[in-house]
Design a protein around this ligand. Structure first.
Ligand code: ADP
Ligand code: MN
Ligand code: MN
Ligand code: MN
Ligand code: MN
Length: 338
């Protein structure tokens, strides 16, 4: 006998400024019942005024809920106004037509999501007073003197896999308590939907360990690495021909494009893109093979093979994937059409 009902966790992106937050609530649905549109109080999420507070949740992506298991599901939603037009905070609605326009170029993305665990006000692994040993041994480290939160990270990875997400790897990062997971390579809407679900699963998984995860791009000031969301990108042409790799890099560097992109790559980007700590300065565009100090890196293997993908290293950890994939698709695919 199957369950008589199932739980659907409706997840959406709110209107918090300058960086949107995830929200979710649970709906009980009858066995076999399709996912209905739903509503919420937009005045509590910076998406409406109190006197006209109703906003609409439109399901756009669902997957098994690995936290609850069974037939329960996670449901990612777009936020609409009550006349069914996209709410102004709905960045997915802006990506849809761009993804459709350039679908024939088959753009795909792999996003490296860096993040930092916090235990109260301190990054996980930082001593109560002062600082841990300087950076050097933590990246891809092993052992209790270098690694903080691996049990959470492993659980999150298992949850992402059970949800059916295209998660492609994890690694410990340069600062204690800092980690990364990668989603992709898949299309612009797919990578973005999946990244938002993976972020929700990260917060939800860490919650059970009394640890919080943050996408703060510069969680500790000073000589500590920030947290980014390197965005790897290719089109069919780039996967076949090195000239298309160069054309994509050139398109990203043309005219006002560097600034147009950077100002939409996550709040506080100038604090992270300083030119130090494996970054290029936010106001100077550059690209190069193997260069982790460039805005855009061409991996060595790509130069060797004469085809592949490029890595835009500029996006902050707190970037909206709907925004970064829209900008890169639009800029590079328009450039490649020429
Ligand atoms: P890094 O050396 O920068 O840490 P990672 O291994 O963390 O690299 O991430 C590389 C990313 O590149 C992965 O997310 C992967 O999905 C993505 N990727 C691989 N091939 C392609 C491709 N052809 N197009 C777009 N992204 C790709
Ligand atoms: Mn209520
Ligand atoms: Mn990486
Ligand atoms: Mn990294
Ligand atoms: Mn990278």
């Amino acid at each position: 006998m199957g369950p008589v009902s199932y739980k659907a966790e409706y997840i959406w992106i709110d209107g918090t400024e300058p960086t949107a937050k995830l929200r979710s609530k649970t709906r009980i649905l009858a066995d076999g019942e399709a996912l209905p549109i739903w509503g919420f109080d937009g005045s509590s999420t910076n998406q409406a005024e109190g006197h006209a507070s109703d906003r609409v949740l439109q399901p756009v992506f669902s997957c098994p809920d690995p936290i609850r298991g069974g037939a329960h599901v996670l449901v990612l939603c777009e936020v609409l106004n009550i006349d069914m037009t996209p709410h102004e905070s709905n960045m997915r609605a802006l990506l849809r037509p761009v993804a459709e326009k350039f679908a024939a170029q088959a753009p795909v993305f792999g996003i490296e999501q860096e993040y930092t665990f916090f235990d109260g006000a301190r990054p996980l692994g930082f001593p109560v007073n002062g600082f841990p040993a300087a950076q050097g041994g933590y990246y891809c480290g092993v052992g209790s003197d270098e690694i903080f939160g691996r049990d959470i990270v492993e659980k999150h990875l298992d949850h992402c896999l059970a949800a059916g997400l295209s998660i492609s790897g994890i690694n410990a990062e340069v600062m204690p308590g800092q980690w990364e997971f990668q989603v992709g390579p898949v299309g612009p809407l797919e990578v973005s939907d999946q990244l938002w679900i993976a972020r929700w699963l990260l917060y939800r998984t860490a919650e059970d360990f009394n640890v919080s995860a943050t996408l703060n791009p510069k969680p500790v000031k000073g000589d500590w690495n920030g947290a980014g969301a390197h965005t790897n990108f290719s089109t069919k042409a780039m996967r076949e021909d090195y000239r298309a790799i160069i054309s994509a890099c050139e398109a990203l560097g043309e005219g006002s494009k560097p600034l147009d992109h950077v100002k939409n790559y996550g709040a506080g980007i100038d604090e992270r893109l300083t030119g130090l700590h494996e970054t290029a300065p936010w106001n100077e565009f550059s690209y190069g093979v193997s260069d982790r100090g460039a805005s855009v890196r061409i991996p060595w293997q790509v130069e060797k093979d004469g085809k592949g993908y490029i890595e835009d290293r500029r996006p902050n950890a707190n970037v909206d994937p709907y925004v970064v994939t829209r900008l890169i698709t639009d800029t590079c695919c328009t450039g490649l059409e020429k």
